[in-house]
Design a protein. Structure first.
Length: 292
């Protein structure tokens, strides 16, 4: 009887776990990393496999993850495993050569280029710092940024705007589209590190970019979750990718966090169809995959 009661209590969560089938997480942090992580990349992939997910994208602020993705794919071949490069100081900032070598890493698991995140001028200036990686000057993208965009176009990679300012993000989207880049995402636009208004987010979407909404921003108190849902409604879920941005110590592991958040979103009135667009169709489009 106790076992049956336990199963009945778990049944809502089990049904949500089943909904992870075919989903793609575009923002996973895992060890090895120079930041402390709660789980390693192999175990993240194994958990994703157990939940029937389609693919993972590993992100690291300091080094490219194409090599890591290749190794994980050899151990957990049942799901797609991908990586990319973040153009922070550790890789030389806006470095076209680093992007090219990432793209040429064995078996082409490197799919994404993130513009600077922690080292972006926008983020560093807002936190009172003075040492940063610039991508623009006087409203124009720097020549080396244009070089990087050309490499992205040459290798058919995907572009993420990183922690660029809202105005810089629009510049990136416009220039990327002009150079034939169609797989573009605005990195967590309503987070404090970016602070893009709903109006500007909608403008970015109209220009052809997706909007990344990490469920990590919804975790915590009810107010944070309500704000997350409000933002989703303001920008229209058809333009959104749900990711996790999890792997930090003291927080849920990515697949558990995703399952919990989907349950809460459905309870808040987000439909299964909307969930599928945000976790399957849109992220598959960004990675150049066929959605399951």
């Amino acid at each position: 009887m106790r076992h049956l009661f336990f199963l009945l209590m778990l049944s809502p969560m089990l049904s949500v776990q089943a909904q992870l089938e075919g989903m793609i997480d575009l923002h996973v942090h895992a060890a090895p990393d120079s930041d402390l992580r709660s789980v390693d990349a192999y175990e993240v992939a194994r958990m994703a496999r157990r939940n029937g997910m389609q693919a993972l994208l590993f992100k690291n602020h300091n080094t490219h993850t194409a090599s890591l993705a290749y190794l994980v794919s050899q151990v957990v071949p049942e799901i797609g495993v991908y990586g990319g490069i973040t153009l922070n100081k550790a890789v030389g900032g806006i470095n076209p050569i680093a992007v090219r070598l990432m793209a040429e890493t064995t078996n082409a698991h490197g799919r994404v280029v993130w513009m600077p995140t922690r080292d972006s001028e926008h983020a560093v200036r807002n936190s009172g710092g003075s040492s940063y990686v610039s991508i623009s000057n006087d409203g124009e993208l720097l020549p080396e940024v244009l070089e990087v965009l050309d490499v992205i176009a040459d290798f058919d990679l995907s572009l993420a705007t990183g922690h660029s300012s809202p105005a810089e993000s629009l510049l990136l989207i416009q220039e990327a589209r002009a150079r034939g880049i169609e797989k573009i995402i605005v990195t967590h636009p309503f987070s404090p590190s970016v602070s893009m208004s709903p109006e500007t987010q909608r403008a970015a979407a109209e220009m052809g970019a997706l909007l990344e909404y990490p469920i990590s921003l919804s975790l915590g108190d009810d107010e944070r979750f309500a704000k997350f849902v409000e933002q989703l409604r303001l920008v229209n879920t058809i333009n959104v990718v749900l990711s996790t941005d999890l792997g930090q110590v003291g927080r849920p592991v990515p697949s558990d966090g995703l399952a919990l958040s989907i349950r809460r979103l459905i309870d808040a009135g987000i439909t299964n169809s909307e969930i599928n667009v945000m976790t399957k169709r849109n992220p598959a489009q960004f990675l150049g995959l066929q959605s399951r």
